[in-house]
Design a protein around this ligand. Sequence first.
Ligand SMILES: Nc1ccn([C@@H]2O[C@@H]3COP(=O)(O)O[C@H]3[C@H]2O)c(=O)n1
Ligand SMILES: [Zn+2]
Ligand SMILES: [Zn+2]
Length: 251
Amino acid sequence: MTLKLQMLGTGSAFAKKYYNNNALLDSGEAKLLIDCGITAPLALHQMGLPITELDAILITHIHADHVGGLEEMGFRMNLIHGRKPVLYLAEALVEPLWENTLKGGMLQKGMFERMEDIFEIRPLVPGQAIDLVPGIQAELISTKHIPGKDSYSLYINERLFYSADMTFDPGMLTKLVQERGCRAILHEVQLLGEGVVHTTLDELLSLPPELQRMIHLMHYSDEIETFQGRTGEMGILEQQRVYDVEKELEV
Ligand SMILES: Nc1ccn([C@@H]2O[C@@H]3COP(=O)(O)O[C@H]3[C@H]2O)c(=O)n1
Ligand SMILES: [Zn+2]
Ligand SMILES: [Zn+2]
């Protein structure tokens, strides 16, 4: 079965030339949206993909470039299409996503009183791989991002690593490749400044060339064009281009 990847956007939280770093995975049998940031509804519209064609949404952590589109998605699906979107997220994120982010805009007496009234919630246990939709399996891996904030990377179909937002963790990348058969790494990158909550390009450039060859950069700032040819062996993901994961991204 061929897995296709199309990034809705490849931008960092503050990028203006690129949409939020959200990903569409298509197994041929089902479509999964990874993260649903502020720009996700507009990006999907420009891609010509109706929101009703998404089989599920998976959330990696609570930041607006990853969850800011959920209010629109939830309202449109319920009020216009009469359906609840399927929402996968770590069990630790369920309460904070509603209480701290969505409730302010979505709470409505007698109609939308709990997150379950809007979304079909599927809590995930980190470390346990499960079939999310036909042809797409994923395991949440707890990774470091903001101190005190739960945040997760993904290991998809036992071969594709998706960093989401995380600080540099070379040990984990090496282990995934050497011990778990990982064949491609989609990794966030911070091009300028210190990597306090993200992974810098210099950190990724310190990895051995054979590991770099597996890495495709995403979640970058508007300066990425000036970094063409300066990313070592690593590729740069293009937003909205459709990739055949096995043929174009795996080593
Ligand atoms: N301690 C923090 C917190 C946030 N930030 C910036 O805010 C953005 C939120 O979305 P993000 O994609 O995680 O990137 C974060 C940083 O740019 C940051 O740089 N330092
Ligand atoms: Zn982000
Ligand atoms: Zn973040």
